[in-house]
Design a binder for this molecule. Structure first.
Ligand code: 13P
Length: 253
C-alpha cells in the first residue's frame, strides 16, 4: 500500500538573499548527490525563487513557495498569485502555515480558497495544520486538527485530494526547541489519515503524504521518520545550514 515517497522540505521563512540561496542549493546538491528514493523540497522567500530554480539541476529536487494569494489577479498590493508561482517554476506551495494563521490572520476560509487557485495552476499545496499549546492542554488537539482539515479540503476533487501534502506542525513545537515526541507526532498523523479515510476514502488517505514540522533537528530526524505515518518533514531553523539539512535529508530508519 505504501507508495508515499518521503518528502523532506526546507522552509527558509524570511531568510536568505538570492546569492545565499543559490550557494546553499548548489552545495546541497553536490553533497547529497542523486536522490531517488525521496523528494527534497526547498521553499525560499519569493525574491529568491527564480534564482534557486535556475540552479536546481538534480532530479528529486523541487521548489516550493511559502504562500500565495487566493485570487488569480487583481488590486492586491504586495501579494503574489499562484499564476506567478507557476510562472517562476514552483512545484509546491505551502498554505496555512501557523505563522500565516497566527501572525497574519489567515482564516480557514482564505486557506481553502488558496488551495483552489493553487490546484488550478497544477501546483500542489502543502496544507499546514496544528494546535496551539492551550488547545493541546485542554485536550482539544484532535478537534482543532479535524476542523482545519475539513475546512481546508472541503469541495476538493478526489484527483486533487490524493496529491495533497499535509504538514502537521504543532504550534508549540515551532522554533521552540520542543519537538513533539515521535509517539505524539505519530498519534496525530494516524488520526489525520484515519479522518481523511472517513471523509473521503481509504485509497486517497493512504496516498496522502503527511509531514511533521516543529523543531526537527539532525538528532531527532531518524526517530521521527521511523514512525509509520510520518512521511516527511517540514524543517525551519535546521534547514538554514547545509550541514544540518543534509543530515536531515539523509535520515536513516
Ligand atoms: P522550526 O523547524 O524552526 O521549528 O520551524 C518549523 C516550521 O515552521 C517549518 O515550517
Amino acid at each position: 500500500m505504501d507508495e508515499r515517497k518521503p518528502f523532506i522540505a526546507a522552509n527558509w521563512k524570511m531568510h536568505k538573499t538570492r546569492e545565499e540561496g543559490v550557494r546553499f542549493v548548489e552545495a546541497l546538491q553536490r553533497e547529497v548527490g542523486v536522490v531517488e528514493d525521496r523528494e527534497v523540497v526547498i521553499a525560499p522567500p519569493f525574491t529568491a525563487l527564480a534564482a534557486v530554480r535556475a540552479v536546481m539541476k538534480k532530479p528529486g529536487f523541487k521548489l516550493a513557495a511559502q504562500n500565495c494569494h487566493f485570487e488569480e489577479k487583481g488590486a492586491y498590493t504586495g501579494e503574489v498569485s499562484a499564476i506567478m508561482l507557476k510562472d517562476v517554476g514552483c512545484d509546491y506551495v505551502i498554505l496555512g502555515h501557523s505563522e500565516r494563521r497566527h501572525l497574519f490572520g489567515e482564516t480557514d476560509d482564505m486557506i481553502r480558497r488558496k488551495l483552489g487557485v493553487v490546484f488550478q495552476q497544477s501546483l500542489v499545496p502543502i496544507l499546514c495544520v496544528g494546535e496551539v499549546l492551550e488547545e493541546r492542554e485542554a485536550g482539544r488537539t484532535f478537534s482543532v486538527i479535524r476542523g482545519q482539515l475539513e475546512q481546508g479540503t472541503v469541495n476538493l476533487a478526489p484527483d486533487h485530494l490524493k496529491e495533497l501534502v499535509i504538514a502537521y506542525e504543532p504550534v508549540w513545537a515551532i522554533g521552540t526547541g520542543k519537538t513533539a515526541t515521535p509517539v505524539q507526532a505519530q498519534e496525530v498523523h494516524a488520526f489525520i489519515r484515519e479522518h481523511l479515510s472517513s471523509l473521503y476514502d481509504k485509497v486517497v488517505a493512504n496516498n496522502i503524504r503527511i509531514l511533521y514540522g516543529g523543531s526537527v533537528k539532525p538528532d531527532n530526524v531518524d526517530a521521527l521518520m521511523g514512525e509509520p505515518d510520518i512521511d516527511g518533514l517540514l524543517v525551519g531553523g535546521a534547514s538554514l545550514e547545509v550541514t544540518s539539512f543534509k543530515r536531515i535529508v539523509q535520515y536513516q530508519t
